[in-house]
Write a protein that binds this ligand. Structure first.
Ligand code: PLP
Ligand code: COI
Length: 340
């Protein structure tokens, strides 16, 4: 048995668990779900995932409530998004039922890795779909592997719910309109590594990407969507090159429930000086308030959270979202599935 896990001290990283689950698509159909205790996958050296980036993944979490129950948040939206990603790069789609059975099996088999309630950590679930069939010409594979592993995680940004700092990146793009930015495929993350490294060297937690045509509008904050608050309005970018975040979609609904107006529209970087609160949102990021945005090229630093704390609307949205995820606030939109 490995050392006892210090749940409160977990960062966002990989930790070995007991099992993962796998399913192969061959001869035009999905096979049986298999359980494995190996962290490795045997893969053909000519698999399309390795050469031509035929690969998509998802990210969701299982939460242990105060009542001991395990909750999933809107897992069916992740299932649908993975199907959309598959369609985007011509892979076999994982049926929603298979997606469900695979994540539930992976959670239950690794139940001892679900962080206890109140530790600030949760179980991150990583479904992965790859082109496993061999091709040398640029074409889609005929065989696919779908697998799910889980790993206990803490906050994505070391600051947790304290304000983090981001910096604008102009000399690299993570995605292009009509490209793959709306799909959760590995290539977008490969494209974001250079920008990420550059700003991390400057002490910033995430790059802020702008639209790649005019460099005028805000796209995303690294692996999270962007939102801003102004005049009791929740403002979030509408762009053809950002990932449709399930967290953001949920915050839009929660904002409306709380009587906050919502605007989904192109958000110009020049508007930053008019915003009262800004933040990043996503499964990993949850809501991360942003305290500083440095537009290094222009020599402009935008400051928020002047008292070092998240603003009141970000805080309210955070408490409501997390309250639903842990079963402490009524789930009136039926977003929660209890894992039995
Ligand atoms: N944007 C990118 C590029 C991401 O990788 C993620 C994470 O999945 C998000 C946004 C947030 O999406 P979600 O809220 O569905 O996790
Ligand atoms: C998520 O929020 O689930 C992500 O995928 C972020 C990142 C680790 C890729």
């Amino acid at each position: 048995m490995e050392n006892k896990i210090e749940w409160e001290k977990l960062g966002f990283g990989y930790r070995k668990t007991d099992y993962n689950v796998r399913c192969y698509y061959r001869d035009g159909k999905w096979g049986e779900l298999e359980v494995s205790s190996s962290e490795n996958i045997p893969i053909h050296m000519a698999a399309t995932a390795l050469h031509y980036g035929q690969q998509a993944f998802e990210g969701l979490k299982a939460y242990r409530g105060k009542d001991g129950k395990i909750r999933l948040f809107r897992w069916n939206e992740n299932a649908k998004r993975m199907q959309n990603s598959a369609r985007g790069i011509l892979m076999a789609e994982v049926p929603v039922d298979l997606f469900h059975d695979a994540i539930v099996k992976a959670i239950k088999l690794n139940e001892r890795f679900i962080p206890p309630y109140g530790t600030g950590s949760s179980l991150y679930i990583r479904p992965l779909l790859i082109g496993s069939g061999a091709e040398v010409g640029v074409r889609p594979a005929k065989e696919y592997l779908f697998m799910v592993f889980v790993t206990p995680v803490g906050p994505y940004f070391k600051e947790g719910f304290n304000p983090t700092k981001v910096a604008v990146v102009r000399d690299s793009d993570r995605a292009a309109p009509f490209g793959t930015g709306t799909f959760k495929v590995g290539g977008n993350y490969a494209a974001s590594l250079r920008g990420g490294k550059k700003i991390q060297e400057g002490g910033y937690s995430s790059p802020m990407y702008l639209d790649c045509c005019e460099k005028k509008y805000i796209d995303e904050i690294g692996a999270a969507n962007f939102f801003a608050i102004k005049d009791n309005t929740y403002i979030t970018p509408k762009s053809p090159s950002i990932l449709p975040s399930i967290t953001n979609m949920s915050l839009i609904q929660l904002a409306e429930d709380l009587g906050i107006k919502v605007e989904r529209r192109p958000v110009s970087i020049e508007e930053l000086s008019t915003f009262e609160e800004v933040g990043a949102c996503g499964t990993a990021a949850v809501i991360s308030p942003i305290g500083e945005i440095n537009d290094i090229d222009k020599g402009i630093v935008y400051k928020f959270c002047k008292d070092g704390k998240a603003g009141p609307i970000s805080l309210k949205l955070y408490e409501t979202l997390v309250g639903i995820q842990y079963g402490e606030i009524a789930d009136k939109h039926n977003w929660i599935t209890i894992v039995e």
